[in-house]
Design a protein around this ligand. Structure first.
Ligand SMILES: [Mn+2]
Length: 180
């Protein structure tokens, strides 16, 4: 199980940080974070993860897009939470100074591989959540690249959590119908 108080603290912090931000489908951004954390909670239960690791994974899952997408920083997360939570979120953040999307993904995976499994698995949960019907404005190439990126994430991080790896594998297979 996990701490309801820690969950609410991270949920409220993330809701405040993301403010008016919307998902690509126009929903409040907190729905994305709640979806990713839901996958992580389910995985923690399935894996019978110990309390401390589950709390860390669930907190980081709610905070995972803050450094990348909001004006809140590593230091803000460090001050409010802890070093390991801030390091986890940082590892889940793309370095936008790197030129190509491929380089950004490679760099993020390398940072994640230095993190414990309970942080790595958040990347699987994120991609599980995002592998839904692509937006109308995506062309065939973009959809193809997104699928390949998902396969790359799975191949690099599959050891982090067996349950989420299987979920992502299934989502990848379902996503193939969108390849034009
Ligand atoms: Mn995300």
């Amino acid at each position: 199980m996990f701490s309801q108080e820690k969950y609410l603290k991270a949920l409220n912090f993330a809701a405040n940080a993301h403010g008016e931000q919307k998902t690509p489908k126009g929903l409040p951004y907190i729905t994305h974070l709640a979806s990713v954390s839901m996958e992580v909670i389910h995985a923690c239960e399935e894996s019978k993860m110990e309390l401390e690791k589950a709390d860390k994974a669930i907190t980081c899952s709610l905070l995972h897009d803050i450094i990348e997408d909001t004006s809140f920083s590593y230091d803000d997360i460090f001050n409010e939470f802890s070093l390991e939570i801030a390091e986890g979120v940082e590892a889940l953040t793309k370095d936008k100074n790197l030129e190509s999307k491929q380089a950004q993904m490679q760099n993020s995976i390398e940072k994640l591989l230095e993190q414990p499994y309970e942080i790595q698995m958040i990347k699987l949960a994120d991609r599980i959540t995002n592998l839904t019907k692509p937006p109308e404005n995506w062309d065939g190439q973009k959809i193809f690249n997104y699928l390949n990126e998902a396969k790359f994430i799975l191949s690099c991080l599959k050891n982090s959590n067996a349950y989420l790896s299987k979920r992502l594998e299934d989502k990848i297979n379902e996503y193939r119908v969108y390849i034009k």
